[in-house]
Ligand binder design. Sequence first.
Ligand code: SIN
Ligand code: MN
Length: 200
Amino acid sequence: MHAPPPEGFRYLAGYFDPAAQRALVEAVRGIVKEAPLYRPSMPRTGQKLTVRMTNCGALGWVSDVTGYRYQPLHPVTGGPWPAMPQALTDLWAEVSDFPHPPEACLVNYYAPDARLGLHVDADEGEKRAPVVSVSLGDTAVFRLGGLSRRDPTRSMRLVSGDVVVLGGTARLAYHGVDRILPGTSTLLKEPGRINLTMRR
Ligand code: SIN
Ligand code: MN
């Protein structure tokens, strides 16, 4: 038997219907045109992540050899991040239980062989605000642990249209993406997955 997930973890299956998912993908295409996806480097080692990233909103999460941070400009183009789509600020208003809008939305693109190691979202100034995540395209095998890297983890499948909220205790829980299951969705033109995470 698996232990229950940490308090404040919410899994909203099928939050976005197929039409809303298509509209979000269109919005992401517009964002990527203005602020292209790039492969960030890990601090210290300089090793490239397998996930490609960009952002929308006032601030964007970036990583390079000097560390992780939020900044108002795209590290490659030097331009500001595109505006956050209304559907995402509406989602935040509905599920965040937080009185202020999100400041940043990280756009992750997983090609079929991309993955994201277990980590905590720790670079945000406001830990009382949750992280709200949207899955689009192929299913992800998502892993959720506890507050310590050594805590037991559980695996769950995030399907296109699903929303996950990491709030309360779960806000600082370890999580990651073990792998993508290519061919599980026809939403995107090619196999892969988009994940959008809003933060403050
Ligand atoms: C993240 O932790 O930044 C992304 C999680 C996900 O892709 O579901
Ligand atoms: Mn994360």
